[in-house]
Structure formats: structure tokens, C-alpha cells
Design a protein around this ligand. Structure first.
Ligand code: 13P
Length: 249
């Protein structure tokens, strides 16, 4: 069982950005890690997973996918399985990102099946949750987020390493971030939900924050109560910015 205080995780989500020429940024990130105590991961588009894994083979930086199919294999044109990501060199996979929930109709139930598929392939899931602006304005943020945690995390995670990423939808790519007390309130609610679901093991899960994290706000966010790392979009595309965030751990 994984119970000790989690090692911070800083994961970059490149989304649908990057071609072969972008691998140079990853190379610079690997070379600039210094003596960070954080685990660092880059999740490129599926087309780059294998090449990135080759570039980072001798470094401490892990490679992750951004999604996987819930089934092991079959007639699912355009999809990628967890086993294929693992075979290409991924160690982690982001699941349930709000851009998948909104743009591809992913439900908690589907996300939970994808998490199970990832675990079967030996991948470490990063499971995303987060409320919309309307939900926050309506006072539903905590109910929405804890509901997503309960619905998207299958029981077999109990003895596995995984993280939960709190990404308020309204903070993604907007330059807006919640206040530190707002982040802490949601992270504490996620922690309480994890310990109620998984007992003591729930205290060992890193709870990441994501949404407009940049070098200038990273230190305050990363030192907030119950924040165990960051899931970084735009600022992970440039080595200098991503390294600035890693150095703020
Ligand atoms: P930004 O850091 O670009 O706001 O994106 C956050 C995100 O969605 C990471 O998964």
C-alpha cells in the first residue's frame, strides 16, 4: 500500500501541440532539472510518445499519454490503447481531462473504465476533475469535484500509485486561477474523499493543481495545503517556463 506523503509530481500536458522539432524543448527540460525533489513527466501527443521516450531514455523525466481507450484492442479507428502507450515508452497517462469530458462526451463511468485499462497495462493514471465556471458560481464546485472523484476512480486503484489533478475548467488556458484558499478548499475535499474511498492509502495520493500554472504563480500554488504538484498546459511547451515551475517545488 502506498501511504507515505507523496513525492510531488510536475506533469506537462502538451495537448495537440508539438511535432518532431519540439523534442528539443524536452531535451532542454531533462538537462535543466538540477536537483529537484519532484517527479517530472511530459505528456506529448500520441505521435511523439515513442520518440520522446527515446530522447528521455537516460533522463529522470517520465513520458505519459493524454488519453487511452477503455478496451485492450480492436476495431476502434483512431484510438490508442493503454498497452500501446506502454509499448511506446509511456509510464503514465492523463485520463478524464475536461477537454475529453467536454469535447468527447467522456463520463465518469467511461473514465473509470479507462483508468482500469491503464492499470492493466501498468500505466500510472493522472485522473482529472474540475468544475465549470457556472458550477462554481452556483456553489456546486465541491459537490461536482468530489462526485467526479467518486465516479472516476475504480476500486482497484487502492494499491496502485496514481494522482488526481484538480483543474477548474474556467482556469484552463485563461490566465485565471482560483485564490489559494479556494484551491486548498477543493484539495482538502478531494483528500477527504480519497481517504474515505481508500482508507490510509488515500493520504499517499498526490493531488495536483492544473489551470494557468506559470513560473510566476507556481511557488504559491505548489506550497498550498494539500497541493502535491501541478499539471501544466501552455507553460510546459517551453523549457524555460516548465523548468521555472519545477524549480518552484
Ligand atoms: P494551461 O496550463 O494551459 O491552463 O492548461 C492546463 C491543463 O489543462 C493541463 O492539463
Amino acid at each position: 500500500m502506498y501511504v507515505s506523503r507523496p513525492q510531488p509530481l510536475i506533469a506537462g500536458n502538451w495537448k495537440m501541440n508539438g511535432v518532431g522539432a519540439s523534442l528539443g524543448e524536452a531535451y532542454m527540460i531533462a538537462g535543466g532539472l538540477g536537483d529537484t525533489t519532484a517527479r517530472v513527466a511530459i505528456c506529448p501527443p500520441a505521435t511523439l510518445v515513442q520518440r520522446l521516450a527515446e530522447v528521455l531514455a537516460d533522463s529522470a523525466v517520465l513520458v505519459g499519454g493524454q488519453d487511452c481507450h477503455a478496451e485492450e484492442a480492436g476495431a476502434f479507428t483512431g484510438d490508442v490503447s493503454a498497452a500501446q502507450l506502454a509499448d511506446a515508452g509511456a509510464a503514465l497517462v492523463i485520463l478524464g481531462h475536461s477537454e475529453r469530458r467536454a469535447g468527447h462526451g467522456e463520463t465518469d463511468e467511461l473514465v473509470a473504465r479507462k483508468v482500469s485499462a491503464a492499470l492493466r497495462a501498468g500505466l500510472e493514471p493522472i485522473i482529472c476533475v474540475g468544475e465549470t465556471l457556472d458550477q462554481r458560481k452556483g456553489g456546486q464546485a465541491l459537490a461536482v469535484v468530489t462526485g467526479q472523484v467518486r465516479g472516476s476512480l475504480p476500486a482497484e486503484l487502492a494499491d496502485k500509485r496514481f494522482s488526481v489533478a484538480y483543474e477548474p475548467v474556467w482556469a484552463i488556458g485563461t490566465g485565471l486561477t482560483p485564490t489559494t484558499p479556494e484551491i486548498e478548499e477543493v484539495h482538502r475535499a478531494i483528500r477527504a474523499t480519497l481517504t474515505s474511498m481508500f482508507g490510509a492509502a488515500g493520504s499517499g495520493v498526490a493531488i495536483l493543481y492544473g489551470g494557468s500554472v506559470k513560473p510566476s504563480n507556481a511557488a504559491e500554488i505548489l506550497h498550498a495545503d494539500e497541493v502535491g504538484g501541478a499539471l501544466v498546459g501552455g507553460a510546459s511547451l517551453k523549457a524555460a517556463d516548465f523548468l521555472g515551475i519545477i524549480q518552484a517545488v
